[in-house]
Design a protein around this ligand. Structure first.
Ligand SMILES: NC(=O)c1ccc[n+]([C@@H]2O[C@H](COP(=O)([O-])OP(=O)(O)OC[C@H]3O[C@@H](n4cnc5c(N)ncnc54)[C@H](OP(=O)(O)O)[C@@H]3O)[C@@H](O)[C@H]2O)c1
Length: 191
């Protein structure tokens, strides 16, 4: 485990990218599964659906790349699989300077996490949630890999509004789960 220091360049770079003033460097992506209507993503620290094909897609998209996540999402992953996401550098954002766990990188701010992820990977870095981190990261993101589920379960975590800023459709595919829930994989780039 190592703790990253403050890197102000990360914040500045993110602001410029959010304003579309720079385009070079690794692509910053969000991968998220949400309800199509209310943009619901979680409840009581857990995911809302278990769609094996979607889990596989998350793995394929993120494998080999750094994945930045909030401390609560990291602990949710631990509750599911008992370890950090394998094959990816797990960068966990927390204000707790004493936080540690084997095989992860701890970042004290989101800007530090993104800046250091970009140093680790020259092609793509991923923002893996949850709600708090998605909301703060959205202005610094280039691409959204969305799973839009046609289902509205009860939830306490939501994804921020994105439709006005991300209007370029890169890919779209629709599927139905064995239990009859329809969903779409929609890849959007910033306009
Ligand atoms: N559907 C999906 O695709 C998806 C993906 C991921 C997560 N989720 C769901 O999202 C929910 C969790 O989201 P959440 O919003 O509750 O938590 P979160 O974003 O995962 O983590 C929040 C924590 O991150 C740290 N943090 C946030 N902003 C920070 C900043 N600017 N600087 C330093 N640390 C910062 C804080 O940790 P400390 O309190 O330690 O300081 C904060 O408590 C769960 O239900 C999970 O299942 C869904």
């Amino acid at each position: 485990m190592r703790t990253l220091g403050t890197v102000t360049l990360g914040a500045f770079d993110g602001i410029l990218r959010g304003m579309n003033m720079i385009s070079e460097g690794p692509r910053v992506c969000i991968v998220v599964a949400m309800s199509r209507g209310k943009r619901a993503i979680g409840k009581q620290g857990k995911l809302l659906w278990h769609i094996p094909e979607d889990m596989k897609r998350f793995k394929e998209l993120t494998m080999g790349h750094p994945v930045i996540m909030g401390r609560k999402t990291f602990e949710s992953i631990l509750s599911y699989i008992g370890k950090p996401l394998p094959g990816r550098t797990n960068i966990v954002v927390t204000r707790n300077a004493a936080y540690s766990f084997p095989e992860i990188v701890v970042a004290p701010t989101l800007a530090d996490a993104i800046e250091n992820a970009k140093i680790m990977d020259s092609s793509e870095v991923h923002i893996g949630g949850g709600s708090e981190i998605y909301a703060q990261a959205l202005p610094m993101v280039d691409r959204l890999y969305l799973t839009l589920v046609d289902d509205e379960p009860e939830a306490d975590s939501f994804f921020p509004e994105y439709a006005d800023a991300f209007t370029k459709v890169v890919a779209s595919e629709r599927f139905t789960t064995p239990s009859g829930i329809t969903y779409e994989w929609l890849t959007l780039d910033r306009a």
